[in-house]
Design a protein around this ligand. Sequence first.
Ligand code: IMP
Ligand code: MG
Length: 184
Amino acid sequence: MSNITLQDRVFSPYLHQAEIAQRTDSLAQALTEVYAQQFPLLLVVLKGAFRFAADLVARLDFPLEVEFIRLASYENSQSSGQIRTVLGLEDRLSLEDRPILIVEDIVDTGLTLDFLYAQLQARQAHQLATVSLLFKPDNFRGEHPPAYFGFSIPPAFVVGYGLDYQGQGRQLNDIFREKPSAEV
Ligand code: IMP
Ligand code: MG
């Protein structure tokens, strides 16, 4: 695999689609053990998690429901810490007394998850957990770490497999990592 350029930045190959698929298999197994009898609601956080969520649910062979929400926080490649709901959950959807599994592409500072947990708890959702494909523990300063994650990664900016840089790169099948400017 070779480097790619998106706008002004260069990214090098980081996680191959085969590794992603293998980790998704293991996550699906772990989730099946916990949720198979529980009829969970999977809450997919758009846009970044769309590919991971699709590949994950394809491996979950038990009753569940899927809903989507869209939050926006990111400006360029730094978490702004300011989050807003762009697409919310319908009011009629009851979140009480059922397990909710938030599906994320990446947990970075954790501020998005804090915002989401607060919103869901305000609607009486109390059985909450998160599965995230990627987790950057060095940047994390939130209250709700993901209970399940595919890869723990250093704090470099990554794109591909749903994740974008200024709207681009979501269609890439592998995950690429930004090269430090000295190496470009
Ligand atoms: P957090 O609120 O800092 O945890 O960031 C959460 C959101 O920021 C993620 O759901 C992504 O949309 C975005 N994000 C964080 N790190 C990256 C990255 O390395 N590449 C692309 N998007 C990222
Ligand atoms: Mg996201």
